[in-house]
Design a protein around this ligand. Sequence first.
Ligand SMILES: [Zn+2]
Length: 334
Amino acid sequence: MTGRLRVSLVITLFCCLWTLAAPEKTALAQGPGWRNVVIAETDDIKVGTSTLQVDFAEGTLDLPKTAILNHIGAAAGAVATYYGRFPVSSARILVIPVEGRSGILQGTTWGDMRGFPAFTRMRIGEHTTEAELRDDWMMTHELVHTAFPSMPDDQHWIEEGLATYIEPIARVMTGELTARKIWSDMVRDTHQGEPGPNDAGLDHTHTWGRTYWGGAMFCLVADVQIRRETHNRKGLQDALRAIVDDGGTIDHNWTLPQAFAIGDQATKTHVLMQMYDAWKDKPVTVDLPKLWNELGIQSGADGIEFINNAPLAKIREAISKPAGRPITASIVRH
Ligand SMILES: [Zn+2]
């Protein structure tokens, strides 16, 4: 069975069986189903020195194209803010309007596609509203995928885990979301990443829960552990920026130890490699209630409360701190 066929099956499983809105990411060098698409308009989004070419396929959208471009620009700005710059020099984003539907329906990102280091295809319902754009996490999730090298299938969990974990943090950094909102969501959702019966570790258990939330749980625990070991001076962000700076972006195929070695070097810890060795082929359970408690997050009837004298409260604050100077994108209509 080829890698391509296997990845297609995964997409079907995630997008059709689990949730219609689930995004996917794959390193396929071959073309996805967009060759016959007719482009009605092409615009650019500039983020620092990077250019995102946005192609609108033919079809109608109730919203003006500017609203979609602003939304993509906000996502690109959030990703650039987290990583210090937009991870790849250029990217193509194909927006496909879907007749009769509403909402951001599906996103997929590929590396090294026809001259572009990254290519993202977004299916957006014809009747999508401003409110649906404001609620959308998928655009940012997809662009986070540009910021990590493409992995073999068994390590796909880290690609989805990173995108799942970083998307809300990047949007807090630009002020789009509040810290309260993202921690509340994390408390609600992260337990879906815990191993179930017969789990054989992240490298061998390719379920939706373990891929997206198991991966995100790995990232959260790694972030907290790096900060504990460095007295909160370094975090997962430093490791990930170093990987991108070393050329570890979606258009390159690396192994996970290759990427983690660079990440660990940047934080002067062994957290990523040690955690990978422990989690890859064994079901590691995380005591999440204890972790939330240590981070100073208390759940109540009215949502969550922050406890600022909790032992790891400063680490929680550092993870979800708004950026002093968020990077913004500018739209160039053609
Ligand atoms: Zn994804």
